[in-house]
Design a protein around this ligand. Sequence first.
Ligand SMILES: *[C@@H]1O[C@H](CO)[C@@H](O)[C@H](O)[C@H]1NC(C)=O
Ligand SMILES: *[C@@H]1O[C@H](CO)[C@@H](O)[C@H](O)[C@H]1NC(C)=O
Ligand SMILES: *[C@@H]1O[C@H](CO)[C@@H](O)[C@H](O)[C@H]1NC(C)=O
Ligand SMILES: *[C@@H]1O[C@H](CO)[C@@H](O)[C@H](O)[C@H]1NC(C)=O
Ligand SMILES: *[C@@H]1O[C@H](CO)[C@@H](O)[C@H](O)[C@H]1NC(C)=O
Ligand SMILES: *[C@@H]1O[C@H](CO)[C@@H](O)[C@H](O)[C@H]1NC(C)=O
Ligand SMILES: *[C@@H]1O[C@H](CO)[C@@H](O)[C@H](O)[C@H]1NC(C)=O
Ligand SMILES: *[C@@H]1O[C@H](CO)[C@@H](O)[C@H](O)[C@H]1NC(C)=O
Ligand SMILES: *[C@@H]1O[C@H](CO)[C@@H](O)[C@H](O)[C@H]1NC(C)=O
Length: 428
Amino acid sequence: MTPAGFCFCLLALVLCLVSATLRIEPKTSGGFLLSNGSASARKELFLRPGESLTLTCTSDWPGRPLNWTRVLQRDQDPSVVVRGISGTSVTLNSIRGSDGGDYVCSDGTSKVSYFVNVWDNQSLVPQNVLTNGTYVHVYLKCHQRFAFNFPLTWTRKVGDTTYILNDHPADDKNYTIGGDEDGYHLSIFNHEYRRYPLKTGQYQCQLNTSRHSIPAGLQPLQQTVTYEATPDVRIDGERSATTASPFTATCIYSGAANDRVRWIFTNDSGEHETARKIVLVDYDDVLIPCPNAAGTEDPDRKCLAENPRVSLTRDRSLENSSTVHEHTSVLYISNTTLEDRGTYECFVRSDHGENTAATFLRIKDKYAALWPAIGVLAEIVLLLLIIFLCERRRSRVEEEEEARQPLNANAQNNNASAEPAVAIRNRK
Ligand SMILES: *[C@@H]1O[C@H](CO)[C@@H](O)[C@H](O)[C@H]1NC(C)=O
Ligand SMILES: *[C@@H]1O[C@H](CO)[C@@H](O)[C@H](O)[C@H]1NC(C)=O
Ligand SMILES: *[C@@H]1O[C@H](CO)[C@@H](O)[C@H](O)[C@H]1NC(C)=O
Ligand SMILES: *[C@@H]1O[C@H](CO)[C@@H](O)[C@H](O)[C@H]1NC(C)=O
Ligand SMILES: *[C@@H]1O[C@H](CO)[C@@H](O)[C@H](O)[C@H]1NC(C)=O
Ligand SMILES: *[C@@H]1O[C@H](CO)[C@@H](O)[C@H](O)[C@H]1NC(C)=O
Ligand SMILES: *[C@@H]1O[C@H](CO)[C@@H](O)[C@H](O)[C@H]1NC(C)=O
Ligand SMILES: *[C@@H]1O[C@H](CO)[C@@H](O)[C@H](O)[C@H]1NC(C)=O
Ligand SMILES: *[C@@H]1O[C@H](CO)[C@@H](O)[C@H](O)[C@H]1NC(C)=O
């Protein structure tokens, strides 16, 4: 490297180091200072909605390009707000909670930031939860667009009573509140995946400012977080049936109103890719009352006008004994055929979505069970036939011998004459 080049590099390095000093100057129409509660902590400026703020970024190297970026939430990527040179500013007029976040001025080598806190409900960002069926653990979160996290008070309104979940007994783990590092989330525990007592619905997160001196006249900040779940569905069905006999499968569900059920049959072609889906009963199908097999009226029994083989009913005894408010839809197919082999799926829909369960049905031919019996029968008949033929053959031999004996007997003495005949019989 030439001495000139070396000098140039050194100059660039020095310039780099010198220019690395950036400053932000805020100018605001209002705001108030709030500490995060610790004695030695620096104070953060909070703005009321409607106030304005101008942030100006200056650099020791006037001509150097710089840009303003904003990070809305701690875990999100920054987005560029404006590009410019030293003296470029960001102006937030009539500020709102959605303007809050970390504003970063950077010239590529160094950066400096300013957290914009807005005392607005929008500075609380609810993280609603929708689960597919009931989960054991559910976490509700309320992100805070503030430089530090306030503790949250979680409440839930049931009827006319508002429960403070922070006060929930610690041993019963239905509700627990996380710490600062997890943003004071609410953890909901559904014992053994059980839906009842029902915990879906609306929850409120509220800033607990008891450790901070909030100026008089400020409204508390609060947001609503919803937790919803699709229905829980399971199927209790026969796994096999014989042709011409009926088939029933019971779909047991909770978390949805009655009759929000759809049954779909997929015929199974084993190795072949020829499976076909058939909707047996759809959500919107018109079901008409129909008598049961015995001809008596069953108020729960409903038939499809265009598919008389299929009918639906309910298992009242299961519903009555269910402690978790389960409903049932019993699919009944009279007179199964070999084509009914396949997968039966029950879909249940609620306002929050759909969930499903399935069972596989094998069909045995009614006469299939008879084939082994017929085989055994045939063997017995064959055996009897062989014995019969053998017996007949032997008696013919005996007759012939007996017919010959008188001649022999005449040749020998009479007493010994029976011996050969006995010997022949014993040879069997
Ligand atoms: C308050 O902020 C200071 C500095 O930002 C930090 O060290 C401290 O842990 C914070 N305290 C609380 C209770 O958040
Ligand atoms: C401006 O922001 C973009 C995107 O964050 C970044 O790639 C670029 O280096 C920045 N420019 C300066 C001069 O800081
Ligand atoms: C919901 O869960 C069921 C099993 O309970 C699963 O079969 C189904 O694919 C899931 N649906 C979605 C949308 O994740
Ligand atoms: C707010 O937090 C304080 C402790 O900092 C606690 O004593 C108080 O009960 C909380 N208030 C509510 C309504 O949760
Ligand atoms: C907590 O959940 C269990 C099981 O679901 C329930 O029996 C109990 O009543 C619940 N406790 C409260 C205080 O809600
Ligand atoms: C936030 O919302 C609550 C309830 O909706 C309301 O009472 C309160 O005044 C609101 N606070 C602000 C600062 O808008
Ligand atoms: C299923 O249905 C398709 C279409 O009708 C048919 O081609 C296929 O043979 C069926 N499979 C069985 C196992 O019945
Ligand atoms: C279920 O309960 C209903 C009403 O509560 C009652 O009329 C019906 O007889 C019960 N059915 C069974 C099978 O227990
Ligand atoms: C069942 O179906 C078979 C053939 O599809 C038919 O011959 C028979 O009569 C049916 N039995 C009843 C009880 O419907």
